[in-house]
Design a protein around this ligand. Structure first.
Ligand code: FAD
Length: 517
């Protein structure tokens, strides 16, 4: 691909290499968005390599505030990372593998810091899992070139997706640009043999007590917060309860879901008032659980089948295929990582730049109850139900005509599960600038969506307390269904736009740039 995802480098067994390794030869695992010990491709290989050479394995994590700011990482996500790091460090400690933490204030210094650290602990082999976004890819290329000058071998592994990007192709050997045929092909490849669902062995313990020997001069303390990413204590407490840290918590969540709710997932996943989905996205995004582990567990619950069998299970597996799909898209079309829409002609859409529109949407004060409920859920918890993500995103772009990139950024700045590929893919799907097979004239009617997916209004009542006294017939459209006097008493805002008029205007604007279809 043009992103040139670094292919896994092989460990050469030449005599000179062997000599070098017997002299230094320690290995380091650089953790990034893969904060787990089990089924971690790079960690597993690093451990195997260190054991084979009878050397030690170190672990490294870089806190990179400038990079995180540039990528709009939400403070609640940083908090989740830090909590998971503590748990990971404990697990590594049991294996006598020290996890060293470094804060690098300037992002350009990350590569040199990594290499300096490698030199300081006599590392000749650096392992990490590939991150596919463009800036991360550039950073890793720099690491590779510095490593070469220092005689350090770098192995970058494909770990995030079930099938590495670039390996699901059409008959013409082209990347898929539509999900459904991609999924068909993806299921066929995954089902064709054990290769893609094989779980990596756990790392082995280090032999020596290397902590004292090497690590005493290094910082192993994980900070409670990172400057610029603090969250309120109440929010942190809530997040710790709703998204407890650690692999064990993630696996427990997976097991509970698979042994119960997954059966009804196909229908339940669309109802935001109920707990019908896995709520594993934050763990996926931080790499606390792997996609392989999830598909393997789901398949096992479906008599070892990926397709057919229980519709809830197969639908859930297909959602994980969506996750792979959006990663494959960004590797195949790297310009989507550079603030550009997949459909380039949509760059000419004349968006409405009125900042009040964006602000009211962000605050959950649009006067459309389902939209406001979603935005308030996001602001309070750092998470939003998928159906409501679609409704709010489509409302911002198609009703308010605000540039999807503003919404994409706001989601990233607030989501605990913020993930560039899925977020960008989701936004572009809703804005009809992306890989959606449907034409641009799909515009959700927020009131009808609300009536269909939150029929009793339970979800709205939970997040929009001004409307808590309203019944199912009034709650979806209070300004339209109540007398002006009753509506005024609610102290709820009037709709920011009229959906019908907004829709017509949007259709005109899209039609102009997409030449009718
Ligand atoms: P489940 O329904 O249990 O699904 C299991 C897993 O499959 C999820 O955890 C997720 O990893 C993956 N998945 C499910 N649906 C999708 C999808 N449509 N696209 C890609 N992967 C999917 N997901 C994120 O993880 N991070 C984001 O930043 C993000 N932003 C989004 C923005 C918009 C506008 C939209 C429409 C969707 C976005 N999604 C994002 C996808 C989806 O909303 C969440 O993954 C899902 O709501 C997470 O809840 P869950 O873990 O209970 O999912």
């Amino acid at each position: 691909s043009s992103l040139a995802s670094p292919s896994p480098s092989t460990v050469t067994d030449t005599t000179s290499q062997k000599e070098k390794l017997s002299f230094i030869g320690n290995c380091v695992m650089w953790f990034r968005t893969d904060l787990r010990l089990k089924d971690n491709r790079a960690l597993s290989l690093a451990s195997k390599h260190a054991t084979k050479q009878n050397k030690n394995l170190f672990a490294l994590y870089i806190i990179s505030p400038q990079e995180w700011k540039a990528h709009d990482v939400a403070p609640i996500r940083v908090d989740f990372w830090l909590r998971n790091l503590v748990s990971l460090q404990d697990k590594l400690e049991e294996l006598n593998i020290p996890l060293i933490v470094r804060t690098v204030n300037l992002r350009r210094n990350v590569p040199s810091t990594v290499i300096e650290y490698c030199k300081a602990v006599n590392v000749s082999h650096l392992f990490a899992n590939i991150e596919y976004e463009i800036n991360e890819s550039r950073r890793d290329k720099k690491v590779c070139s510095l490593a070469e000058h220092s005689d350090i071998v770098v192995s970058l592994e494909h770990d995030q997706c079930i099938i590495p990007p670039g390996l699901v192709l059409t008959k013409q050997q082209k990347p898929y640009t539509v999900y459904t045929p991609f999924k068909k092909s993806w299921l066929a490849i995954v089902g064709s043999g054990p290769k893609y669902l094989e779980l990596s062995p756990n790392p082995a313990p280090n032999n020596e007590l290397i902590r004292e020997q090497y690590a005493s001069g290094f910082n192993t303390k994980i900070p409670e917060f990172v400057e610029g990413f603090q969250i309120l204590t109440a929010q942190s407490k809530r997040a710790s309860t709703e998204f407890p840290a650690g692999e064990d918590a993630a696996h427990q969540r997976l097991q509970t879901f698979i042994s119960g709710r997954i059966e009804n997932y196909k229908e339940a996943r669309n109802i935001p008032s109920i707990d019908g989905t896995s709520s594993l996205s934050a763990y996926f995004a931080a790499g606390v659980i792997s996609a392989r582990q999830c598909v393997v567990a789901a398949r096992a619950a479906n008599k070892n089948k990926l397709q057919c069998g229980n519709i809830g299970i197969t639908t859930w597996i297909e959602e994980i295929a969506w996750r792979d799909f959006y990663r494959h898209v960004l590797v195949a079309f790297p310009y989507v990582c550079m603030n550009r829409p997949y459909k380039l002609e949509t760059e000419n859409i004349e968006w409405n730049n009125d900042p009040a529109r964006l602000r009211r949407w962000c605050e959950g004060k649009t006067g459309y109850p389902i939209v406001d409920a979603g935005m308030r859920q996001l602001n309070e918890t750092g998470w939003m139900h998928n159906r409501v993500r679609m409704i709010t995103a489509m409302f911002l772009t198609k009703d308010l005509l605000v540039n999807w990139q503003d919404g994409e950024r706001y989601f990233m700045q607030h989501l605990i599960d913020g993930d560039f590929a899925s977020n960008n893919g989701g936004w572009q799907w809703c804005a009809s600038t992306g890989t959606d097979a449907q034409p641009w004239f799909r515009i959700f009617n927020p009131t009808l969506q609300s009536q269909k997916f939150d029929p009793n209004g339970d979800y709205i009542r939970k997040w929009v307390p001004e409307l808590s006294s309203l019944g199912p017939n009034e709650i979806h459209d209070p300004s339209g269904s109540l007398s002006p006097k009753r509506f005024a008493k609610l102290k709820y805002t009037t709709p920011i736009v009229d959906h019908k008029t907004a829709r017509e205007k949007t259709l005109e604007i899209y039609k102009a740039v997409t030449k009718g279809g």
